[in-house]
Ligand binder design. Structure first.
Ligand code: IMP
Ligand code: MG
Length: 178
């Protein structure tokens, strides 16, 4: 285990199994519709790569990236798009693939932004749901695991761009970010 990690929440094998069941659920729910996956970079990259390979249809993907201003370990509410999608989602089903939903402000901003492209539908698939930190009500169609209000890293999730490479998800020692 990395020396900055307090404890492991989800080992690689547990994540792999859960991602597979999420992919099966999505494939079943959208049978014959082939929704486009829109990953929120950079945090969701690892999840997106694994999820797309569990789907029973040839999924198209794209990436969106947002920047949030303010303190490091939480979302300020001041959000801007720093990289937009390039694929045309008009009239298509889209699923936003996110690493974690915390306050909900980021995903809410992304949903509003993507709605301007007139997709047929927008779903939300988040690997982690930190519901205790929610500031606005968000409907998560597919949630991997609930997490309590601690800062977690690994499997794409970072703190100051570190720890994304870890194959598991763990709690970061508070002394690292406080
Ligand atoms: P929200 O806008 O507060 O829902 O925050 C969403 C974004 O904040 C996520 O896409 C993550 O990039 C980041 N984030 C929130 N909580 C954590 C965490 O515990 N670890 C790593 N990143 C987090
Ligand atoms: Mg993120």
């Amino acid at each position: 285990m990395h020396r900055h990690i307090k404890r492991i929440l989800f080992p690689a094998k547990t994540i792999r199994k859960r991602v597979k069941t999420l992919g099966e659920e999505i494939s079943r729910d959208y049978k014959g519709r082939e929704p486009i996956l829109i990953g929120v970079a950079n945090g969701a990259l690892v999840f997106l790569a694994d999820l797309m390979r569990t789907l029973s249809y040839p999924a198209k993907i794209d990436l969106i990236r947002v920047r949030s201003y303010g303190q490091k370990a939480s979302t300020s509410g001041l959000i801007a798009i720093s990289k937009d999608i390039e694929i045309d989602i008009a009239g298509k089903d889209a699923i936003i693939v996110e690493d974690i939903i915390d306050t909900g402000l980021t995903i809410d901003f992304i949903i509003r932004h993507l709605e301007k492209n007139n997709p047929a539908s927008i779903g939300v698939c988040a690997l982690l749901d930190k519901s205790a930190a929610r500031k606005i009500n968000i409907k998560i169609n597919y949630a991997g695991f609930p997490v309590i209000n601690e800062f977690v890293v690994g499997y794409g999730l970072d703190y100051a761009e570190n720890y994304r490479h870890l194959p598991y998800i763990g709690v970061l020692k508070p002394e690292i970010y406080s």
